[in-house]
Design a protein around this ligand. Structure first.
Ligand code: ADP
Ligand code: MG
Length: 700
């Protein structure tokens, strides 16, 4: 048995009691667990501060000085404490202990030189140190505690139980030297050299006791690299498995519908990006292997057209296709748009949503089953078991972030073999992240907008600017444009939000009176057909102002709308703001987005608003969003649970992620199945990690 798997109680300085604590509080059962308790920071214990140099932004520091007085303050709870005055000739600070006062008082000596170690608190013009560490200068001189010292994650609870930083550091100091020569690298030397990585043993030791901050950083990077590397290896493995195992239908030919549409109907030239993506899709569906593809493209980049062309490929090969949208409005809009385009072609299209009546529903079911219906568009009503196709060949899912993995899985079962799947999302996820997270999805990106789009001018405004805002809206409307005014709707405060919306609606109606102006309102509490009616009124230009909740967020297309006003913009997330803004700037006119907020904004809200004002690039916005929220939040629970990253953080470690992916690509290019002797250890480590995921390190 290796030293690493030795039970923690056998480490010098760990008795049974401390072992129990380590297990219960920190999950440390073995030497290897302690080794992986990485410090979150270091303090330089060769540096000393003078009291006169303290400032309120310091973290843990050291001062040499003497205690001149101590006082026990009686009282209950927190008001009971021990305080002491500590001086160093340049000033004095207060030391405070809320527990253990009597004992501490007895053990400390007045007017004797101590090294004080702790984090200064600045309050009411003076500095104090709660629960500082104190070591007699003569002991300090003898102790090995010099240079950079690790700070381990801790908490008040752990401190109370005796697992403070000092104790943990003592344990790692006893462990580290024993491990020298015991930590072989699974990456061969030419590999670590090539990617500039510290060898594994050096990294594991240096991350606890580095000689310099640079060395600590290099150690940390090496350990992050391996996490990211194996993480991506698993993604690659999943992808390979999907590729090898899943059969689907081969769309061997490009047929008459596609050709006719492409040559005669398509109202514009596809962008280069659309063409490229279409080719990727075509190649995927051609050979009988299952396509499972994620299509990312910024708002307005023209994903729908790509989807339609892919559906025509399916139809030309004798299959049916479906398109699933997250909302009724959006499904309706897809249906109308596609019907218009396919107007004079012999392709049958139907729409199926929750509000379709039973009679027509039956008709649709029948037409699907006898194969006379070619394209079915709808909401998640498409997922119901009753919806059976004669021969579904391609399923397109629009605006993926609203559908879960489980829902997609249902689509897979709609034919004998799973139909090809094209998932479209307008919430750009940074490419690095997308490739890593959608393990079994191939990725296509439309990174180019159709020509002639004008930038949208985005501004930030407050309530006090409302008069000016109304004046501006009036001018735009008088020029013949239309305006959206959007209110947040957050589920927990639905009634309140609803009231905000209706108050807003009323004040808009007062400012823009009939008959000169017509105002629409759309919100989640309306019946689908009423919503639809209002949307249609707005889309056809009968109303000039659309007051709405975020029901209009996704996909609505009214090219004549040129102004998007977002009320309480601080309450929206970045991707939502970006989606909403994408509703304008679709026509030839110059467009505007106005973000209304209150004066008081949180730091994050400020960043969101600033980002929106600064850029219109969905990928850049996604990057900021990722930094603010973290990947788990953005992508839902499934993904965050799977990441299994301990040190690495996808928000900040993009470059390392890229490096590790490059390394993985190089490795597979040289040795696709890791058969070579030099790569054996990499494969072993991979298998060990995969296996260990279940209850690794948790067996005592
Ligand atoms: P999204 O990617 O947000 O779903 P859409 O597919 O709704 O974008 O397209 C937005 C608008 O751009 C639509 O009106 C569509 O007809 C138009 N469009 C799509 N591709 C092109 C193109 N290549 N040239 C010009 N307009 C295009
Ligand atoms: Mg769309």
């Amino acid at each position: 048995m290796s030293l690493l798997s030795t039970a923690i109680e056998y480490l010098k300085g760990v008795g049974p009691a401390k072992a129990d604590l380590l297990k219960a509080e920190l999950g440390i059962f073995r030497f290897s667990d302690l080794l992986k308790l990485y410090p979150y920071r270091y303090v330089d214990r060769s540096q000393f501060y003078k009291i006169s140099d303290l400032n309120s932004s310091l973290s843990e520091i050291q001062i040499v000085g003497i205690i001149t007085s101590m006082q026990e303050v009686a009282g209950k709870g927190k008001s009971q404490r021990l305080t002491a005055i500590f001086q160093d000739g340049t000033g004095s600070v207060e030391l405070i202990w809320f527990t253990g006062g009597a004992w501490i008082k007895k053990s400390l000596k007045l007017n004797t030189a101590y090294v004080l170690y702790g984090k200064p608190n600045f309050f009411n013009g003076t500095f104090s140190f709660p629960h500082p560490e104190l070591e007699l200068v003569e002991d300090f001189k003898k102790s090995p505690t010099k240079g950079l010292q690790p700070l381990y994650p801790s908490s008040e609870k752990l401190n109370k139980k005796g697992l403070n930083n000092k104790t943990l550091a003592r344990l790692t100091r006893s462990l580290i030297p024993q491990l020298q020569g015991q930590l072989p690298d699974f990456f061969p030397p030419h590999f670590t050299e090539r990617y500039g990585l510290m060898p594994r043993e050096n990294a594991l030791l240096a991350i606890h006791y580095p000689n310099s901050l640079e060395e600590a950083e290099a150690a940390r990077n090496r350990l992050k690299f391996e996490e990211l590397f194996f993480f991506q290896m698993e993604v690659a493995a999943q992808k390979r498995q999907h590729h090898h195992q899943t059969q689907s239908f081969a769309f061997t030919s490009i047929g008459r519908h596609f050709n006719h549409f492409y040559k005669e109907v398509l109202p514009f030239e596809l962008t280069g990006a659309q063409k490229r993506v279409l080719k990727e899709i075509r190649n995927d569906m051609r050979f009988g292997q299952h396509m499972n593809r994620l299509l990312q493209g910024d708002v307005g980049s023209g994903k729908t057209m790509v989807a339609l062309l892919a559906m025509l490929m399916a139809i030309d090969n004798g299959y049916q296709a479906c398109l699933m949208a997250p909302t009724e409005i959006l499904a309706q809009q897809h249906f109308t748009g596609i019907m218009e385009l396919l107007n004079d072609m012999d392709i049958k299209v139907a729409i199926l949503t929750g509000s379709v009546k039973t009679a027509s529903r039956r008709e649709i079911h029948a037409a699907l089953e006898d194969g006379s219906l070619d394209i079915l568009i709808g909401t998640h009503a498409l997922l119901e078991d009753k919806v059976q196709y004669k021969n579904l060949g391609l399923a397109v899912v629009d605006e993926q972030h609203r559908f879960g993995v489980a829902q997609r899985a249902k689509l897979w079962k709609k034919n004998k073999l799973p139909p090809h799947i094209l998932v479209m999302t307008a919430t750009p996820i940074p490419r690095t992240l997308a490739m890593s997270i959608y393990g079994n999805l191939e990725l296509s990106v439309i990174d180019e907008l159709p020509p002639g789009r004008k930038p949208i001018k985005t501004t930030h405004a407050y309530d006090k600017d409302r008069n000016a805002l109304f004046g501006f809206l009036e001018k735009e409307i008088d020029l013949g444009r239309q305006v959206y005014i959007v209110y947040p709707l957050i589920e927990e405060s639905e009634t309140l939000d609803y009231k905000d919306l209706m108050d807003g609606y009323e004040s808009i109606c007062r400012a823009f009176p009939r008959p000169k102006y017509q105002v629409s309102v759309v919100h989640g509490k309306m019946k689908p057909e009423d919503k639809d009616f209002e949307m249609q009124r707005f889309a056809s230009g009968k109303t000039q102002i659309m007051v709405a909740t975020t029901v209009i967020e996704v996909g609505v297309n009214v090219p004549n709308a040129s102004v998007m006003v977002i009320e309480s913009a601080e309450r929206f997330g970045l991707s939502q703001l970006h989606q909403l803004r994408g509703r304008v700037g679709r026509g030839a006119e110059k467009s505007y987005c106005i973000l209304m907020t209150s004066f008081k904004l949180s730091q994050d809200a400020k960043t969101r608003i600033k980002t929106m004002v600064r850029t219109q690039d969905g990928f850049e916005i996604a990057d900021v969003d990722l930094k603010l929220r973290g990947p788990g939040d953005i992508l839902g629970t499934r993904q965050s649970g799977n990441l299994d990253l301990h040190l690495a953080d996808l928000r900040h470690d993009g470059p390392l992620m890229d490096l590790s992916r490059r390394a993985l690509t190089d490795l597979f290019a040289a040795d696709p199945n890791l058969k070579q002797q030099v790569h054996r250890s990499i494969l072993h480590e991979f298998e060990r990690r995969k296996h260990g995921k279940v209850d690794w390190g948790r067996i005592s």
